[in-house]
Ligand binder design. Sequence first.
Ligand code: ZN
Length: 274
Amino acid sequence: MEKLIITVATTGAMTTKENTPYLATAPAEIAEEVYMAYQAGASIAHVHVRTDEGKATMDMEKFRQTVGLIREKCDIIINMTSSGGLGFSDEQRIAPQVELKPNMGTFDAGSMNFYRGVFLNPPEFLEKLGTAMIENGIKPEVEVFDAGMVWNAKRLMKDGFLKPPIHFQCCLQVHGGMEGTPKNLLHLVESLPEGSTWSAFGCGPTALAITTMAIHMGGHVRVGMEDNVYLTKGVLAKHNYEFVERVQRLAKEFERPIANVAEARAILGLPAKK
Ligand code: ZN
């Protein structure tokens, strides 16, 4: 089995300070949380940014500051969101990727209901995003929330908008997508195109079970307050690295070594240094 890549997702678009007072929202807070998670063994940072009021945003300056501060501290692989929440324009979603050229960016492979809203990823947008990523040397992390999105990704690959081998993120227990059950994770993974790499997370109470399954099945994992704020029932994590440390403990039991940044780059086919 390959070494285990841990992605830390500190902030996301949906988690609020009401959910947890420990949520990092300012660029310096996000960078510090990423750095602590990196020291604990995370090799990828999935980055979202917020306004000064804590609202989800695709603001270029916030991305620039946050990525700059992370870069000052460590060489963790940057995986920037291309959604930032719901309702941003195509231009707002693509511009930060093109401007800042992170190693990786998310690519949400279809539209869906998303809690009380609608998460729109129509074909024309995905083709535009895929083209921009190829032109700028950004590796897509293809997020699938539902089984049909795998088929969308296969179609986009066939039409040249995604370059194989694809790296998938199986996003479970997001309202509007697939529930975080073992059967659903198995089904998604079995549906992926041959040669793909994959990672998984389950939101909320499904987080630990999906993480454990992914470690056991040879996938990679994503943890952090974007997806889950509780370490155990009723106990909030104070820092994202606490979730990374838990992955370390689980992986040790499964005798699955953790990938450092250089090893994660090799597994994902990223350039050795950026
Ligand atoms: Zn995200």
